[in-house]
Design a protein around this ligand. Structure first.
Ligand code: XMP
Length: 515
């Protein structure tokens, strides 16, 4: 539950791939928005104290047997409602209109004629380009509704019931391709719902700090920090709220990058009131990983070893009533079932793995934020930019970047290569241009020649990708001159490497990591 009383918008999620985009577009207008599953009860919706409700699109058809419907009688609340695509069709059916299968699926750009003096379209042109993606359409209006936009193929492209402030759009205002989508959403949330545009990541952080103080009281809180953006911002935020009563634990698993453990220690000790509990567990991790070649086995061993060590630290430094985690909003939304009768929350990575007798209440101060908003909170809390803009780094660390069995000397070679690549990207101003970059040490030796001697050494892969969320990725088109310089530097300086290759695969069908 959020507490942006009367200033926020609730989005009921019917499973569209664009639902999160609606939330982001609303927040970009400085208004808080929270996505609830379509199964949310009226009480859950009212608890958000929203100023308006948006019904998202869906991959389902309202005419299908398993179509997710409106569970709560949202119209009884008297709030403005906007239905987008599937949402508009649901409104139509619920209010006694009719929906039919289109003769053909309409997908892509369409020009619509709109009633430009309508409150929803105010300030936008009478003819405008929108993005359609639907197979069904409203073909007769419910009582009390009027058509406010149309296209040749879709005579009811938007509808309204002005008296009750209920609107429907057949197209998607949230996507970039709808030329005036931003203005349409703004008209809805600011003019029609009356929201004040005052929300920001900073105001959110201030309220979260207050909330943590209230929730935690005089109790103590345990948290794990990895040095990544999410856990660092989370720890600094919780620290601002309760200071010394936070116990941050950092576990060095021996699979970190060059100087990474020291850097995290230095940085966090500057920003946290309490001393970091620093656990050097490299020997334990590497012992358990000895001879293991299967990637999934490596992940399981690393996960279990982390839990064992974390549990031991919690006993040494405890007791604790709360565990703070850097869970983000997409983790929460994606772990909900959108079409099932009830929302099931998947157990999160860390907590899910904790033993039965380690029971904590959770503090998840970032769980309503998207990644870029977490970065903004980090800036607001004064964390340095180099920390906020760090590339993602996987939990199993370098273990998944040394395909096959892990040997300490190989990790050392990989660290040197990775350092040269990442430093090079930073020096050339390319680090922030890519989403993630790293090196992989292949268990492959090839012949080379250095001076008069033949060599037989390892090949390394450089991988740099562009992406927005890691779900899909393209290989980064790094300049050839840069790649040539880095390759020379690696081969000249790193003993044991005589070949460098650049990975030009996209995800899908490849993945970002090699294991
Ligand atoms: P893939 O290789 O699946 O990676 O395309 C997508 C993103 O996830 C990261 N990744 C992981 N992160 N534990 C993590 O915490 C893991 O086991 C793991 N495997 C991959 C990867 O670095 C990339 O950012």
């Amino acid at each position: 539950m959020s507490d942006w009383s009367g200033e926020s918008i609730v989005i009921l999620d019917f499973g569209s791939q664009y639902t999160q985009l609606i939330a982001r577009k609303i927040r970009a207008q400085k208004v808080f928005s929270n996505i609830l599953p379509n199964s949310a009860s009226i009480d859950e919706i009212v608890a958000e104290k929203p100023a308006g409700i948006i019904l998202s699109g869906s991959p389902a058809s309202v005419l299908g047997k398993k179509a997710p419907g409106l569970k709560a009688d949202i119209f009884s609340l008297g709030l403005p409602v906007l239905g987008v695509c599937y949402g508009m069709q649901l409104i139509s059916i619920d209010r006694g209109g009719n929906v039919d299968k289109s003769d053909h699926r309409e997908f892509g750009h369409t020009v619509i004629d709109v009633e430009s003096d309508n409150p929803l379209f105010r300030g936008t042109p009478a003819k405008q380009r929108v993005w359609m993606s639907h197979g069904d359409k409203v073909n007769s209006l419910p009582a009390g509704f009027e058509t406010i936009a149309s296209t040749e193929g879709c005579p009811i492209a938007a509808m309204e019931n002005r008296k009750e402030r209920i609107f429907g759009l057949q197209f998607h205002p949230e996507v970039y391709h709808t030329d005036h989508g931003e203005a349409i959403l703004r008209n809805f949330i600011i003019d029609i719902c009356g929201c004040e545009p005052t929300w920001s990541s900073a105001s959110f952080a201030d309220r979260e700090i207050e909330k943590i103080r209230e929730t935690v009281g005089e109790s103590r809180v345990l948290c794990a920090v990895s040095g990544g953006v999410d856990s660092s911002v989370m720890a600094v935020l919780v620290d601002k709220a309760i200071g010394k009563r936070l116990c941050p634990v950092f576990v060095d698993n021996g699979l970190l990058r060059d100087r990474e453990a020291e850097e995290v220690k230095e940085l966090l000790s500057e920003y946290l009131t309490t001393d970091l509990v620093f656990v050097d567990a490299a020997d334990e991790f590497l012992k358990r990983l000895d001879g293991v070649t299967d990637a999934e086995k490596k992940r399981k061993i690393i996960g279990k070893c982390f839990i064992d060590i974390f549990e031991e630290q919690s006993r040494i430094h405890g007791p604790f009533d709360f565990l703070a985690q850097g869970t983000l909003y997409p983790d929460i939304i994606e772990s909900r079932s959108t079409v099932g009768p009830s929302a099931t929350i998947k157990s999160h990575h860390n907590v899910g793995g904790l033993p039965e007798d380690m029971k904590f209440d959770l503090v998840e101060p970032l769980s309503l934020l998207f990644k870029d908003e977490v970065r903004e909170v980090g800036m607001y809390l004064g964390l340095p930019e180099r920390q906020i803009k760090r590339h993602p780094f996987p939990g199993p660390g370098l273990a998944v970047r040394v395909p096959g069995a892990i040997r300490r000397p190989d990790l050392d070679v990989l660290r040197q290569v990775d350092r040269i690549f990442i430093d090079g990207l930073k020096k050339s101003g390319l680090y922030d241009e890519v989403w993630q970059a790293f090196a992989v040490l292949l268990p492959v030796k090839s012949v080379g020649v250095m001076g008069d001697e033949r060599t037989y050494q390892n090949a390394v892969v450089l991988r740099a990708v562009t992406s927005t969320d890691g779900m899909t990725a393209d290989w980064a088109k790094l300049p050839f001159d840069f790649l040539q310089d880095i390759s020379n530097e690696i081969i000249n300086r790193v003993d044991g490497v005589n070949r460098v290759v650049y990975d030009i695969s996209t995800k899908p069908p490849s993945t970002i990591e090699w294991e």
